[in-house]
Design a protein around this ligand. Structure first.
Ligand code: MN
Length: 209
């Protein structure tokens, strides 16, 4: 995929900005994609401008092996590369909303097995999303033993650095919901559950089997 290598492009969304209404507004989506993500893409490209060796690496490779990046660009790549990876993942994990929105197939069975039920999973996920202090993300991931778990990352850190295979994430930076829900993160999380792209999470789950 072209968005995985330098020079990075702003991904185009597979839906219109207002397609997630009434759960997430078109204005939130527009600002989030066209301003915030674009800024991360531009700063990542600048960090790599004079780094031909790093330009050959996929974004995921740089983030998985962040500790071996040159010290003088490490922070910039972790922050801006993480900002690109996390947002690309987030926007790809959304779809137009449904009242009843839940996983199907093998992923649904594995969620039941790992968490007890889908509604218990939602409880665990929401509790994690509520307890991120400051800015970050919450993820449904597969660990190296193949088990599902819910993990938090801070700022623009990624779960790749800890060896997890991500299936789904929610952005809980305040910019993701302030226009729609002010400071009410709980309200935003409840709305987000309606626009989760479970088909994509299920595909990733099977690919990483
Ligand atoms: Mn964001």
């Amino acid at each position: 995929m072209s968005q995985n290598y330098y020079k990075f492009d702003l991904i185009s969304l597979p839906y219109e900005y207002d397609a997630l209404e009434p759960y997430i507004s078109g204005e939130t989506m527009r600002v989030h994609h066209e301003r915030l993500l674009k800024g991360y893409v531009e700063r990542l490209n600048l960090s790599l401008e004079n780094r031909p060796r790093l330009q050959k690496l996929a974004l995921e490779e740089m983030l998985e092996h962040a500790c071996s990046l040159p010290a003088c660009v490490k922070n910039r790549i972790v922050r801006n590369g993480g900002g690109v990876y996390n947002h690309n993942f987030f926007f790809s994990s959304l779809r137009p909303g449904a009242d009843e929105n839940r996983p199907v197939g093998p992923l649904a069975s594995e969620i039941d097995r790992a968490f007890g039920s889908f509604s218990k999973f939602k409880g665990v996920f929401k509790e994690n999303a509520m307890s991120v202090f400051g800015s970050g993300y919450v993820w449904l991931v597969k660990d190296s033993g193949g088990c599902l778990c819910v993990v938090q990352t801070r700022d623009q850190d990624t779960p790749l650095a800890s060896g997890y295979s991500p299936l789904l994430n929610i952005d809980v930076w305040e910019h993701a919901y302030f226009l729609d829900c002010l400071d009410q993160r709980a309200e935003y999380i409840d709305r987000w559950f309606h626009v989760v792209n479970w088909d994509r999470a299920a595909e990733l789950f099977l690919m990483q089997a």
